[in-house]
Design a protein around this ligand. Structure first.
Ligand code: NAD
Ligand code: GLY
Length: 370
């Protein structure tokens, strides 16, 4: 398996290179990109322990000098304070305009590294080496970078495209199964919003709960089709003036669940899975799609070992209030991405607080009485 996809943007086009066992070749892959000599590799302790040395050695062999900065693992460290520490490291290691920030890690490392790269010296080179499934199929592609505000997720950020996304699927072998499943939530998302053939292939596949259960060909399909879906959408609407919002399918309620559970109980992918199931119920309430299609979606989510229910202890009114902080709010109305068939969604502001007050309790586990 080896594939190179392109994100076709007028001024900042770049490749997504996918090849198993390729991590040790990253230096050679960066060489032709005309980057400066200095690289600041940003990672966390866990990922660095597994893969830091391989990346460093390869970069050194290709003539780059590498400094490493580690950030603590976890969504709760996706903060401006962590960005400040990246700036401190950049200063200490004398990173220049021509230098490169390289993200080696999951979406948390990638989003923060990208934001730091966008703002340090008003913009230095940025390379994504995603090590979670979620980061491979979603977070590393498309240039959304940023950090959380205490009041809400990803409220601070910038669009800033990487020079290259470099994916070695072999690194998924060390990824905890729960994190693998979280990535599968985004993969299912692409099936529902864009690629019904991918959805059908996942439905027809054997167990999906761990990377060790997947035939290599299926893993290739998952990575290539997901990255292609993301590249297609971003290529048409980089700055989310319209179409790109569909990539937030499942994220509106998902973010509310994530933030109201303190980013600890429910991870990003689990929040998206819950949010997709709830979006399905909202779509049914608005007569946009049918119960059979919603059941197919929820069955695939469940087959992947992901949750479909909103935790029962969350207060629906508090969730509705949290939605007002969503980045997709326009003129005070929360915009939802809702499915109309497998492979198609619409963007709508027709989901009123009244509809939410009915549907959220019905999506809770165990369902609350109406
Ligand atoms: P994460 O970055 O927190 O990584 C999950 C855990 O896996 C971490 O503890 C990490 O140390 C560990 N890990 C990573 N790679 C590993 C490996 N190969 N082996 C062993 N352990 C490994 O979580 P995530 O799910 O990758 O990313 C979630 C973040 O991505 C959220 O902050 C979300 O907002 C963001 N995101 C951004 C975009 C975007 O377009 N920018 C899209 C989706 C999600
Ligand atoms: N993950 C949503 C986006 O990239 O637009």
């Amino acid at each position: 398996m080896a594939a190179v996809l392109s994100v076709n943007l007028p001024e900042t086009a770049y490749d997504i290179a996918i090849a198993p066992g390729s991590l040790g070749d990253i230096g050679a892959a960066l060489k032709p990109l005309g980057l400066g000599q200095k690289v600041l590799m940003i990672s966390n302790r866990v990922v660095e322990k597994y893969y830091g040395e391989t990346v460093r050695r390869s970069l050194n062999a290709a003539g780059f000098s590498v400094a490493t900065h580690l950030i603590p693992a976890g969504e709760r460290y996706k903060t401006l304070n962590s960005i400040q520490k990246i700036y401190d490291a950049a200063l200490e290691h004398r990173l220049e305009r021509s230098s490169t920030f390289l993200a080696l890690g999951g979406g948390v490392v990638g989003d923060m590294t990208g934001f730091a790269a966008a703002t340090w010296l008003r913009g230095v080179n940025f390379v994504q080496v995603p090590t979670t499934l979620l980061a491979m199929v979603d977070a590393s592609v498309g240039g959304k970078t940023g950090v959380n505000h205490p009041q809400g997720k990803n409220l601070i950020g910038a669009f800033y495209q990487p020079k290259l996304v470099y994916i070695d699927p072999d690194v998924l072998k060390t990824l905890p199964p729960r994190e693998f499943r979280a990535g599968m939530a985004e993969v299912i998302k692409y099936g529902v919003i864009w690629d019904r053939d991918l959805f059908a292939q996942l439905e027809a596949a054997g167990p999906l709960q761990s990377v060790h259960q997947l035939p290599l060909a299926l893993l290739e399909t998952i990575l290539v089709r997901s990255c292609q879906a993301k590249a297609d959408v971003v290529g048409k609407d980089e700055r989310e003036s319209g179409l790109r919002a569909i990539l937030n399918y499942g994220h509106t309620l998902g973010h509310a669940v994530e933030s109201l559970t303190g980013y600890k109980l429910v991870n990003h992918g689990e929040g998206v899975a819950i949010g997709m199931a709830a979006a399905g119920q909202l779509a049914i309430a608005l007569d946009l799609w049918d119960t059979a299609a919603a059941k197919r979606q929820d069955a695939l989510i469940t087959k992947t070992g992901l949750p479909t229910k909103i935790p029962a202890f969350l207060d629906p009114l508090e969730m509705i209030a949290t939605l007002q902080l969503d980045k997709k709010v326009a003129a005070g109305k929360v915009r939802f991405i809702l499915p109309t068939e497998i492979g198609k969604v619409v963007i709508t502001d027709q989901v009123t607080p009244q509809i939410l007050q009915k549907v959220i309790p019905a999506c809770q586990d165990p369902p609350c009485p109406p």
